[in-house]
Write a protein that binds this ligand. Structure first.
Ligand code: C2E
Ligand code: MG
Ligand code: MG
Length: 835
């Protein structure tokens, strides 16, 4: 800007100076002219003086000797004056023409002067004087005339010079006026330009400053130039942008801060609400002063009023359960020392009523710049209910819900523990033996099925109590599931000792249990495994105790067995049996035998019971008791059962065709419990009947009491379905189960098959006879038919006939036979029927 101003002023000055110089030049020029004019006027004056002097001299000359005349002296002095004037005049003329004229004039004046001097001196001679006078007068006239000519010329020159001088003066004036005028205009232009240069940015800056003042931070002035104003605007704009950035940052920070404040407020509000809602107590511990603020809720949680507890840490810690205090203090210390991110500790604390409550304390320390905690605050939540629930859960996870005994998991845990103990003490060459008892209740399934699940459960509870009473307090009695129990006898001296304890249990077991008003009896089969066996894992002990139990079971009820190596083979055999059975089902290694069922009164054949046999490739004929349970367990009973039903029906159809009688031959087929529960059993039977075009009335299915008792309602429903189809239903092995008499009338069955065990001892055991009699009466009352099973002797036959039992089946009448033997039998007995 400075440069610009200097530039403008300099150009104004140069312009003005140029105008002034020009004016000065014109003026100085005019001055020369004027001085010449003055000179010319002076000359004119001299010339006039000369003319006057000359005319004076001439006049004097003519008047000489007249009264008017002057003396000769005045003429001489005038002539001298004339000469001087001529001389002066000559000296001031530069013009050559004029100078030349003046030179001539001087010569003439000098002649004139001479003439005059001669005239003057020639005074004695009058004639001569007159001549001289005349000559002088003539010369004077010539001079006068020349002078006049000269005067005319001089006037002309003077006039022209004056005009020229006036012209120059005029021009100088014009230049001066133009210079002044233009300088003024230029000055105005410079002023205007400078004004524009200064005011525009200033205005813009003012506008910008106003905008910013009104809040438009970041406003930028739209002006650029290379002057200081440009720089100022640049700085102003940068400042405005910076201001905007700063403002935005500040604004953002304020918003962020507000958000944080809001979040904090909400968080605090939430915390207050949460702690109120959660019923938490609050505490705030000034670590420097050793004072602690305990909220009234905190105190109320322990049953205290606000004023009843002090504000010292001991008011808290002294009430903490002795077993938990150290743990809590350690956690608090760890957090204060910065070794944990926060305090979180569960502990028991004494309530005013003397009980202990479980509390969860959470807290956080506040630290100074050195990291030293000076304050710690937090909450206390009553978690008693949760803890109790947790303890319950833990208890439940490790205990049997029904009996409250340790379950399999806990049993295994204790066994592992005891096993490790044994291994350690064995290394030290010391330690006692321990033993495992694997206990299975005999016939529990039957009891359960016949008395129902609830009674079964009650029996299990009673058994578990009896078992627990039979062992020492340190021993573990566990329920592994179902009717299986296991015991760890922590210390036994030897095999006999273990057997002695087992014997004691077994002696207690048969004593009656009173379940729901009934006397229920059970026994237990117990397998024993001793830790002296060369075991590497506790699981091996369990496995062996289990094997020993099976061994005991195979000996009959209420036995026990100590595991021996050989027993393992039996188990392996069972595994082989399973594999073989699978293969047998696939390859169809089964055949059916048929045992005739006779009407006792007239000794006639009414039908057959189909009995399955396994034609084992190596072992030969295997009987159903050996494989049906395995087939049940493995599910192979489904394909096998269906095959039996199809084959039996098919066979019956053939025999019915061969021996058409009225009433026609019937076929009884045994249905196992798992089969009975099969949802599509009815459908399958119907399909088999259709496939063989067999009347439903020709088919009898045999089920046991326990199968119905398992789920009476659904069993009755299934039986009703079968019955409505026309199928006959017989209850097999009747008398061995626990079916309550109150239920039997609801069973939609056609006949009861008296179990072989009663028939067998009928004549030797009065009780059995009474049972058979009772069954016969029951059947008669319920209008059910009766079939006696296991009829082996003529005595039995007679007794049964006497008891009015209609039907019988047994070796005495006929053994079960294969197809061809039956066919021969049929020929023999029904030959006359054959078409
Ligand atoms: P169960 O249904 O009570 O069949 C009668 C059993 O008693 C047959 O034994 C038969 O041979 C035997 N028996 C018949 N009369 C006498 C006798 O006078 N004295 C003696 N001691 N026994 C006699 P088996 O064939 O060994 O069958 C045993 C059990 O296996 C059957 O008892 C039945 O519960 C089951 N069973 C047999 N076949 C099948 C079948 O095809 N399917 C199903 N699920 N189970 C079957
Ligand atoms: Mg049967
Ligand atoms: Mg039977």
């Amino acid at each position: 800007m400075k440069r610009k101003i200097v530039q403008y002023l300099l150009s104004l000055f140069v312009f003005f100076a140029t105008g002034s110089v020009l004016t000065a030049l014109y003026i100085s020029n005019t001055t020369v002219e004027l001085s010449r004019l003055i000179r010319l006027h002076e000359i004119e004056n001299l010339r006039q003086h000369l003319v006057i002097s000359l005319q004076t001299v001439q006049t004097d000359l003519y008047t000489l000797g007249t009264p008017l005349s002057n003396s000769l002296d005045s003429i001489v002095s005038n002539v001298n004056g004339l000469e001087r004037s001529a001389h002066n005049c000559l000296s001031c003329h530069h013009n050559q023409d004029v100078a030349g004229d003046l030179g001539k004039l001087q010569v003439m004046i000098r002649d004139y002067k001479e003439d005059l001097s001669q005239y003057i001196t020639a005074s004695a001679n009058m004639g001569r004087i007159d001549t001289l006078k005349l000559h002088a007068a003539q010369t004077g006239n010539v001079i006068l005339m020349s002078t006049e000519t000269m005067s005319r010329k001089a006037s002309e020159t003077l006039r022209q010079n004056t005009i020229s001088a006036m012209e120059k003066v005029k021009r100088a004036k014009t230049v001066l006026y133009v210079t002044v005028g233009l300088s003024f205009l230029l000055g105005l232009a410079v002023a205007a330009r400078l004004t524009v240069f200064i005011t525009r940015p200033v205005n813009e800056l003012v506008k910008g400053a106003r905008a910013i003042a009104l809040g438009d931070v970041g406003y930028t002035v739209p002006y650029t130039d290379k002057t200081e104003f440009g720089e100022l605007v640049g700085v102003f704009n940068r400042m405005s942008v910076e201001l905007e950035n700063g403002y935005t940052k500040l604004h953002d920070e304020i918003i962020e801060r507000k958000k944080i404040e809001e979040a904090l407020r909400q968080s605090e509000e939430r915390y207050v609400l949460a702690s109120r809602g959660a019923n938490d107590g609050l505490w705030d511990w000034n670590l420097r002063q050793g004072r602690i603020y305990l909220s009234s809720r905190w105190k109320a949680m322990l049953g205290y009023q606000e004023s009843e507890l002090g504000d010292e840490p001991k008011d808290w810690f002294e009430r903490v359960h002795a077993d938990d205090r150290e743990h809590l203090e350690a956690k608090v210390a760890a957090h204060i020392e910065g070794n944990s991110s926060h305090l979180e500790c569960e502990y028991r604390i004494r309530h005013r009523d003397g009980t202990y409550r479980w509390m969860l304390s959470r807290g956080l320390a506040v630290r100074d710049i050195t990291g030293t905690a000076y304050r710690m605050a937090g909450s206390q939540t009553d978690i008693t209910e949760r803890k109790v629930a947790e303890e319950q859960l833990i208890h439940d996870a490790f205990h049997d819900a029904l009996t409250g005994l340790p379950n399999r998991a806990l049993f295994m845990d204790r066994l592992h523990h005891r096993f490790r103990q044994m291994m350690n003490s064995r290394q030290r060459g010391a330690g006692f033996l321990f033993a495992i008892l694997f206990i299975d209740l005999d016939r529990f399934k039957v009891i359960n099925d016949s008395l129902g699940h609830v009674a079964g459960d009650h029996l299990l509870v009673a058994v578990s109590q009896r078992l627990s009473q039979g062992v020492r307090p340190g021993d573990t009695v566990a329920r592994l599931g179902g009717d299986e129990f296991a015991v760890i006898l922590e210390e036994v001296t030897d095999r006999e000792h273990a057997e002695q304890i087992t014997g004691r249990i077994q002696k207690e077991m048969p004593k009656p249990f009173y379940i729901d008003g009934n006397e229920v009896f059970t026994t237990a089969s117990i397998g024993i495994a001793l830790s002296s066996g060369n075991y590497r894992k506790p699981e091996e002990m369990i496995r062996d105790a289990d094997i020993a139990m099976y061994q005991a079971k195979s000996k009959g009820k209420a036995h026990h067995a100590v595991f021996e190596e050989g027993m393992y083979t039996t188990t392996v055999e069972r595994m082989h049996l399973e594999t073989d059975l699978r293969r047998a089902v696939e390859h169809g290694e089964f055949i059916l035998h048929y045992q005739p069922i006779m009407e006792l009164t007239n000794d006639s054949l009414v039908g057959f019971e189909a009995l399955v046999r396994w034609n084992h490739p190596k072992k030969g004929l295997v009987y159903p008791m050996e494989f049906i349970p395995v087939a049940e367990e493995t599910g192979l009973i489904f394909p096998l059962g269906e095959w039996i039903l199809r084959s039996a029906c098919n066979q019956l159809r053939e025999w019915q065709r061969e021996y058409p009688r009225t009433p026609s031959l019937k076929m009884s087929v045994n249905i196992s419990s798992r089969q009975f529960l099969q949802p599509d059993l009815t459908e399958m039977i119907a399909q088999v009947l259709r496939a063989n075009q067999l009347e439903a009335g020709s088919l009898t299915i045999e089920i046991t009491e326990s199968m119905i008792m398992e789920d009476i309602d659904s069993a009755i429903e299934s039986l009703n379905q079968l019955r409505s189809m026309g199928i006959h239903i017989h209850i097999d092995d009747f008398g061995t189960g626990y079916s309550s008499l109150s239920y039997i009338h609801r069973f939609p069955v056609h006949a009861l098959k008296i179990d072989r065990s009663f028939v067998e001892k009928m004549h030797s055991d009065e009780d059995n006879l009474q049972i058979v009699k009772a069954i016969v009466m029951l059947a008669h009352n319920l209008k059910l038919e009766l079939i006696a099973e296991g009829l082996e002797t003529a005595v039995q036959l007679d007794q049964l006939k006497e008891l009015n039992c209609h039907y019988g089946q047994g070796f005495f009448l006929s053994r079960p036979m294969d197809t061809s033997a039956i066919e021969a039998y049929l020929k023999r007995n029904l030959g006359r029927d054959a078409s």
